[in-house]
Design a protein around this ligand. Structure first.
Ligand code: BEZ
Ligand code: FE2
Length: 405
């Protein structure tokens, strides 16, 4: 048994002082240090540093490891030129993305305290790295392809990738499904994916209403996507509408990434149906997609996570860099309250969305921890999330299933 005592421990979205946690692979007890040492006389004590804070391990729900080689190749500023640049450079970028590059990406997340991440996998090339990285991985096998003619072939390829990920559950892989987006997946395939997710209880995710161009295409068959679909697929017709896609999702709670261009009514509808949002503020900024009105989500108690997206639309995979960006982007929100919600969005909220046995410091949960130190004493307990976000570049220690990594 190991005992860890921080100055502050994040329990139930609040901070408790001078509480100790006893754990092996799981959290076994939470009490004063004195009581725990009496209960476990042979335990090892991890020495605390001044101004230390024990958090549950952080969860980054949305990343594309296969694009980790991108630094300066892709075109930022606006969604359609970015998508064109992805298509033009995809083969080179994915081809150059070695296991070492992807492992560096996992390590960058680890340094920022991420103990579980959601990997959106287009090709399955990151599966091996995901089995080797110490983190737990929700492995979202992605479906893409709007054309009926290629639907069966692409679905078959997806099933093969899904099966390969199912063979890796002993290596910390949680098999899952991603529908690329409403505009890029044929509705028959979308339906098959949803039915499969429902039947097998697999986590489901989809990019949704990321850009103004996507909204214009799905609602009016106009805008930047009209040229795109005419050029690549000789069609001027969208395969679905916003309402059709949302209604198809009714059967399975889905983690919808971005939703920047969703209306309040659409967000409320999705919330009622049990869906949740992944918020990627830096990606949205860099691709010119706008700002997600997280205040609408907060007001309506809609669960949302904060996630980095991939290095195809970001400069780092540090979840703390992402929270700093969110803190600045949503400049009208009261800063301490926002910081507190943001910490929740990378701990208990994603854990609840995906039924993970982590994301909380609670007896019986996996002993996944991010241990950080503030540079000085926090002015109040309420200010700790803000100071954590402002002052933490790298966490001090990370534990996964009770082992220091
Ligand atoms: C497709 O494969 O149909 C597709 C891919 C990316 C954007 C739009 C459509
Ligand atoms: Fe993404």
């Amino acid at each position: 048994m190991t005992i860890i005592q921080a100055n502050y421990t994040y329990i139930n979205n609040k901070f408790q002082e001078n509480i100790a946690v006893a754990f092996d692979e799981k959290i076994q007890a939470i009490d004063t240090l004195e009581n725990l040492q009496k209960q476990y006389p042979d335990s090892t004590l991890i020495e605390q540093q001044e101004n230390s804070i024990l958090y549950p391990g952080f969860i980054n729900t949305h990343v594309h490891l296969e694009f980790s080689k991108n630094k300066t190749t892709l075109q930022y500023g606006s969604f359609m030129p970015w998508l064109d640049s992805v298509i033009a450079n995809r083969e080179d970028l994915v081809g150059a993305c070695s296991n070492d590059v992807m492992m560096d990406a996992c390590n960058e997340m680890l340094s920022s305290g991420v103990t579980t991440f959601g990997a959106i996998s287009s090709f399955g090339t990151e599966l091996e790295v995901c089995t080797k990285t110490p983190q737990k991985v929700i492995f979202f096998n992605e479906l893409i392809g709007s054309q009926a003619a290629t639907a069966d072939m692409l679905y078959g390829d997806f099933l093969e990738r899904l099966n390969e990920s199912k063979n890796c559950v002993n290596h910390g892989i949680i098999p899952a499904i991603a529908i690329h987006s409403p505009y890029s997946v044929h509705p028959v395939v979308t339906q098959r994916a949803i039915s499969l997710a429902k039947k097998e209880g697999l986590p489901l995710s989809a990019h949704f209403l990321e850009s103004q161009a996507e909204r214009e295409w799905l609602t009016e068959e106009k805008g930047g996507f009209l040229n795109f679909f005419q050029n690549f697929f000789s069609t001027s017709k969208a395969v679905t509408t916003v309402d059709e896609f949302m209604n198809a999702l009714n059967q399975v709670p889905t983690h919808l990434t971005h939703a920047v261009q969703a209306t309040t009514e659409e967000l409320n509808f999705l919330n009622e149906k049990g869906h949740s949002i992944a918020h990627c503020p830096r990606s949205n900024r860099l691709l010119g997609c706008g700002r997600l009105a997280i205040e609408t989500l907060i007001e309506n108690d809609m669960p949302f996570t904060t996630a980095t997206d991939g290095l195809s639309s970001n400069n780092t995979l540090s979840i703390l860099d992402e929270l700093r960006a969110a803190l600045m982007l949503h400049h009208q929100a009261p800063v301490e309250e926002l910081a507190s919600v943001l910490i929740k969005s990378i701990t208990s909220t994603p854990a609840e969305i995906f039924s993970l046995n982590s994301g909380k410091i609670e007896i019986g949960k996996d002993a996944d921890f991010a241990f950080i130190t503030l540079p000085d004493k926090p002015s109040s307990l309420e200010s700790i999330p803000l100071h954590t976000i402002l002052h933490t570049n790298k966490v001090n220690e990370v534990y996964i299933n009770g082992t220091k990594v």
